[in-house]
Design a binder for this molecule. Structure first.
Ligand SMILES: CC(C)(COP(=O)(O)OP(=O)(O)OC[C@H]1O[C@@H](n2cnc3c(N)ncnc32)[C@H](O)[C@@H]1OP(=O)(O)O)[C@@H](O)C(=O)NCCC(=O)NCCS
Length: 169
């Protein structure tokens, strides 16, 4: 299978924060942001693999900044690394200032998707070729994040997580 570039999977969802989507502090409800990120990341994973994809794991989410009611929120997702059947997708969330139009980073997250066939069984996907320095950094770090996720899910023995262990040696 021919390799694809991370930019080919780039997916951008821009939407408002409406009253039904907020918590009692009038900020975006965390579950709503998780859903928006899942949707954008799923489209990105589908664009890379051109397959049906399912969310296998949410590896990291940082709600570093509250997102107030009425904000214009942009969720940007891109596949950072493709393995055999699974893909890591990095998601950046930005808020747009209404007057200046400036964008501030509000949150980030990392999800894992698996490409599946019509029966839900995992299928092989094309490799990925990072182009920019940031894409290369994210690609390089993705294997240890995959190993950490598998260890935490009880699907890999800590002893087998060689890339992860190398961080501590
Ligand atoms: C995700 C799913 C397809 C994996 O199926 P499986 O039988 O466990 O398949 P495998 O063990 O062969 O794993 C497939 C790939 O996923 C990866 N994977 C599985 N669980 C993972 C986890 N927790 N973290 C990171 N990667 C994971 C495996 O490493 C493997 O990757 P690779 O082929 O690229 O090396 C299956 O668990 C599933 O269908 N889950 C439900 C998905 C869903 O409905 N999501 C929506 C949530 S409501």
């Amino acid at each position: 299978m021919e390799a694809r570039y991370p930019s080919e999977s780039r997916t951008i969802l821009t939407d408002l924060v409406l009253p039904g989507e907020t918590n009692p502090l009038n900020n975006l409800f965390g579950g709503e942001l998780l859903a928006r990120m899942d949707r954008a990341a799923g489209i990105a994973a589908g664009r890379h693999s051109r397959r049906i994809v399912v969310t296998a794991s949410v590896n990291h989410v940082a709600f570093s900044k509250a997102i107030p009611l009425g904000s214009v929120v942009t969720v940007e997702a891109k596949v950072s690394r493709a393995f055999k059947t699974s893909m890591e997708v990095v998601i950046d969330v930005w808020i747009e200032d209404r007057q200046s139009g400036d964008k501030t980073k509000a949150n980030e997250a990392i999800y894992t998707f698996v490409a599946v066939n019509e029966s839900g069984s995992p299928v092989s996907i094309p490799p990925i070729k990072p182009e920019t320095e940031l894409e290369q950094q994210r690609y390089d770090a993705a294997l240890r994040r995959k190993q950490l996720s598998l260890v935490l899910a009880g699907k890999m023995k800590p002893d087998e997580a060689t890339e992860l262990k190398a961080l501590f040696i």
